[in-house]
Design a protein around this ligand. Structure first.
Ligand SMILES: *Cc1c(COP(=O)(O)O)cnc(C)c1O
Length: 366
């Protein structure tokens, strides 16, 4: 059945009256870090019951007025996305698979009882923000403009039900390397906490999942590790994912194993892209459960030669060491593995426009 198309949303553009001074911006762009500085503009679109999406604006980045009773502040009705705009080798700017982020955003919205945002509006929002902030690309090697679309429940109401008013926003942050000092391989801590249970919100990209991961992540860091890995909630045996990244295991025979999308892990776009690239290389990729005991045994016997974590923010990050209550083990030499580096290079080359985009993954922004 055909549905009536929503009228196209027209964006109102309000240039920043007092943008960041060039010297300040240049200093930021020379050492951007991750998520600590922000561009001058933001996109904002409101939704209310009856009116749907309205008042699309690209304007100065500024605090948003929020009633103290806004539902997001009490019941965490919030979802987000993360994607990057990349400077191409030819000087243009492009997004990597933004339609996959738009689709996943709506899957998250559905799980959190929030309204759907038309995919073309999601992509147009990102496009508008990048156009307004095109001077915010880092000057450092490997830099990009990280885009953070998100939606919050703004209705002032303390009853427990889906809100009737929402705000969709997009902000941008110049990004360098996610892991400080671009560490060659990270050390991860096997948590006794769980991130997501069957039937829960593990497959949705929502702030609540992250709130629940902060204590485990803090525990990992207090023990001298970089990241935390979560096991499944039922048996506490199967490896799920890091707080915000997917894991891949590289076997001696060159095959790859990654946990299946069981509903408790996030369907990563980097995960999906690397699966395609690995298969193109002729490698076998198995979406299979892999246990913590098997991981330790395979690392010891040499059947497992590499492990890496992947996600938009940190791209591909080798895992060198794993520790838990039962002790620790090293993977391969403890440094970045060959296949990890090869797959990372393949992906980064496509994202930077240095290799042909044979899958139609790039959206050029001009
Ligand atoms: C965002 C996220 C990922 C990575 O997804 P990408 O689409 O590859 O960036 C993995 N796990 C969790 C929990 C996430 O929130």
């Amino acid at each position: 059945m055909a549905t009536i198309a929503e009228p196209a949303l027209a964006f109102t553009t309000l240039p920043h009256p007092a943008p960041t001074p060039v010297e300040v911006r240049d200093a930021i762009l020379a050492a951007p870090g991750f998520g600590t500085s922000f561009s001058d503009h933001m996109v904002s679109i409101d939704w209310s019951e009856g009116r749907g999406w309205h008042d699309a604006t690209v304007g100065p980045r500024q605090p948003i007025p929020l009633d103290p009773a806004a539902a997001v502040l009490h019941y965490a009705q919030e979802i987000f996305e993360g994607l990057k705009a990349y400077r191409q080798v030819d000087g243009s700017i492009a997004l990597f698979r933004p339609e996959a982020n738009a689709r996943r955003f709506n899957q998250s919205a559905e799980r959190l009882a929030m309204p759907e945002l038309p995919e073309d509006v999601f992509i147009e929002s990102v496009r508008q923000l990048v156009a307004a902030d095109r001077d915010w690309f880092p000057s450092v090697e490997g830099g990009s403009l990280y885009l953070r679309p998100f939606m919050i429940a703004t209705e002032a109401f303390l009853g427990v039900r889906p809100a009737k008013e929402y705000k969709f926003l997009v902000i941008a942050s110049p990004a360098g390397n996610y892991f400080k000092s671009g560490a060659p391989a990270v050390s991860i801590w096997v948590s006794e906490y769980t991130r997501a249970a069957p039937g829960g919100t593990g497959a949705a990209k929502c702030g609540g999942n992250y709130a629940a991961s902060l204590v485990p992540q803090g525990e990992a860091m207090a023990r001298g590790h970089d990241q935390v890995v979560f096991l499944d909630a039922e048996q506490h045996k199967w490896i799920e994912e890091l707080g915000g990244m997917t894991l891949y295991f590289v076997m001696k025979d060159g095959s790859l194993v990654t946990p299946p999308l069981s509903g408790t892990i996030l369907p990563g776009i980097t995960r999906d892209s690397l699966m395609t690239l690995a298969r193109e290389e002729g490698l076998t990729v198995r979406e299979e459960r892999y246990s913590i005991d098997q991981w330790r045994d395979d690392a010891a016997s040499g059947d497992l030669v590499e492990t890496f974590a992947c996600g938009t923010a940190a791209v591909v990050t080798p895992v060198g060491k794993v520790a838990g209550r039962d002790g620790e083990f090293t993977i391969g030499s403890g440094g970045p593995g060959q296949l990890t580096q090869k797959l990372k290079a393949r992906l980064v080359d496509i994202q930077r426009g240095a290799a042909p985009d044979t899958h139609g993954w790039m959206t050029k922004l001009g």
